[in-house]
Design a protein around this ligand. Structure first.
Ligand SMILES: [Fe+2]
Length: 224
């Protein structure tokens, strides 16, 4: 697609931006998270994908016109906004990916051991993860894997973009914005929503996010 900015200035969109396509999930019938919540939530997610594409198009146009300037507040705000929209898109993909209508037990295995080794047991890891998810504010709870030493850290993310641990791999990703549960639970009952989330976790999918020794594959959103 060729975009013409003004006479003499044009660019091929595909050379500067690669549009993202919203993913789809079949999660109807989750335990404790209603289909109505999911439908609303999928719509919000698609909004992030749309805004990522719009932002990239606008920034590509500015750059193609030679107008990119850090001192320009309009340009700077667009660039900052990318962090919000990109993470809003990607975190929702991790979140929906790590839930399933057919959850299995976690009681052994590589992920179970990795979580337990850092926190002194799986139950201790879960207790801490639930505590992080219960923090006041809107954001995300993420169990992150540190490639440097194999340790896991439960981290709080403000909004979508503040608090990420550089180079760490997300293993378990929980949305605790109120839109994720307000149709099903009162704001004060976020703990019930978090327990519902645990009942639906796709532990096998989470385990595939662990680095595979030797092949360098880490943190894929949707393993193939
Ligand atoms: Fe969300």
């Amino acid at each position: 697609m060729t975009v013409r900015l003004k006479p003499g200035i044009s660019f091929h969109m595909n050379t500067l931006t690669a549009a993202y396509t919203p993913k789809k999930w079949s999660l109807a019938g989750l335990q404790g998270i209603s289909d109505a919540t999911l439908e609303m939530h999928f719509g919000l997610y698609e909004g992030y994908v749309k805004n990522v594409n719009l932002l990239n198009e606008r920034l590509a146009g500015i750059r193609a016109a030679g107008k990119a300037a850090g001192a320009d507040p309009a340009y700077a705000e667009l660039v900052r906004r990318l962090g919000f929209e990109y993470n809003g898109m990607r975190l929702h993909e991790y979140y929906f990916d790590n839930m399933t209508t057919q959850p299995g037990e976690i009681g052994t295995g590589k992920l179970y051991n990795a979580l337990g080794e850092t926190y002194g047991g799986f139950d201790e890891w879960k207790k801490d993860f639930v505590a992080v998810g219960g923090m006041r504010g809107i954001g995300w709870a993420i169990a992150y894997y540190d490639l440097a030493n194999g340790r896991i850290t439960n981290s709080w993310i403000n909004d979508h973009e503040n608090g990420h641990l550089a180079g760490f791999v997300p293993l378990v990703v929980l949305d605790v914005w109120e839109h994720a549960f307000i149709k099903d639970y009162k704001p004060a009952d976020r703990g019930k929503y978090i327990e519902a989330f645990f009942a639906n976790i796709d532990w096998r999918r989470c385990e595939t996010r662990l680095p595979q020794s030797g092949n360098g594959v880490t943190g894929k959103v949707t393993p193939t």
